[in-house]
Design a protein around this ligand. Sequence first.
Ligand code: ADP
Length: 455
Amino acid sequence: MTIRNRIALQFSLIVATILIVFSVLIYLVSATYRREEFYDRLKNKARTTVRFLIEVKEVDRELLKIIDRNTLTALFDEKVLIFDAKNRLIYSSVDDQIIYYRTALLDEVRRKKEIETFSEHNELVGLLYRQNGRDLVVLASAYDQFGKSKLENLRLTLGWGLLAGLSITIGLGIFFAGQSLRPINQINQQVSTITARNLQQRLDEGNRQDEIARLAMNFNDVLHRLHQAFEQQRSFVSHASHELRTPLAALKSEIQLGLRRPLTVTEHTEVLTNLLSDTDRLIGLTNSLLLLARTLETSNQVAFQTIRADDVVFLAKDELVSAKPQYRVSVDYSNLPETETETLIKANEELLKQVFLNLFDNACKYSLDHTAQVRISTDSQYCRITIQDKGIGISTQDQVHIFEPFYRSTNALDYQGFGIGLSICMKLIELHMGTLSVESKLGEGSTFTVSLPHV
Ligand code: ADP
């Protein structure tokens, strides 16, 4: 069943229940009023008849019968019977009919003084009338043709009204449910046209206020992120193949050079040394690419532990200095807090070490003195590690791009590198819920700051 039909059905069921309950109530209340009103009229009739008979001397039974039959208020099939204490019928408003009555009924009237009951289809009241020590029982019965036909009319009116009301409700339910779900149908149609090739397409955001507009806006957000991820992937592949092609071409020309003529042992050694350095470069590049790809892929499967940020800094420093002894990393402890909890962070040690290794390596690589100044400080929320150098610096225009994969600023082209390290660092720091920022002046040096939330 479609949502439109389900809403229409629920809406109709609710309205139908309300309508039925109201109609039944109205009918029952009207029926009760009619009965009470009719019993009152019967009682009045009974009292008037017995008073005329007993108290008005000028009125005898025959005259009373004539009056009874000709009163304007005479009710349909009306009978008034009066019985004395010995259950003898002393007056009957109808002569030509056989009158049945039960003595038990008369006794009940004597006991209760007043009763309201039915006799076949007719309503019947019984009254005990006491006059000068005489107990008379008056029974008045009649068929309320007028009231019952009014009630029948009411029943018909309510029945047809209910039917009409329900039809209108179902019609309106389907119409309004369709109206309110129309934007979803439109979104459905628009979504069905989106493929991997046209991810830049956006859904109509309507009034940007209601729930459906918000759904469209959120979906557009998802599309935007998907588009970005696709673009990143595409540029990664094209950059990676481009980067791999250059050293592979260099390798090929070295080999061709070696094959062109017989070489002396010194020339052989030279060619092989060049081949080795090119292969090293290829291995370095492949490793970086692999790390970048893994960082993008496995970001949600990384195990985190509570570790000390300063410990990781030292691990990275030791590893870098033992691999490149010409580099110097000096760590400044002066801002370290008394309480060690402020340097405790939730992190993956191996990945965080990669970040520091890269930042220390860059600081040493891009500065003449090959020195990185590292400072560790904390505040109420974050543990900060700043890496400063007095190197070539980064221009303001380049600062916005250096965290993109494969971006290298022009002043860095004379130095070895692939432009991948910082983008990996950024991804890994984001994975740790931290931030990585840079401040730099061309020709004066750079300061990279890693901020990580401490426990
Ligand atoms: P790589 O150093 O291999 O080129 P990175 O991703 O680590 O790649 O850095 C990207 C670019 O950012 C570098 O090419 C360089 O232009 C710039 N850069 C990074 N660190 C520094 C630094 N300490 N001093 C000057 N420039 C830097």
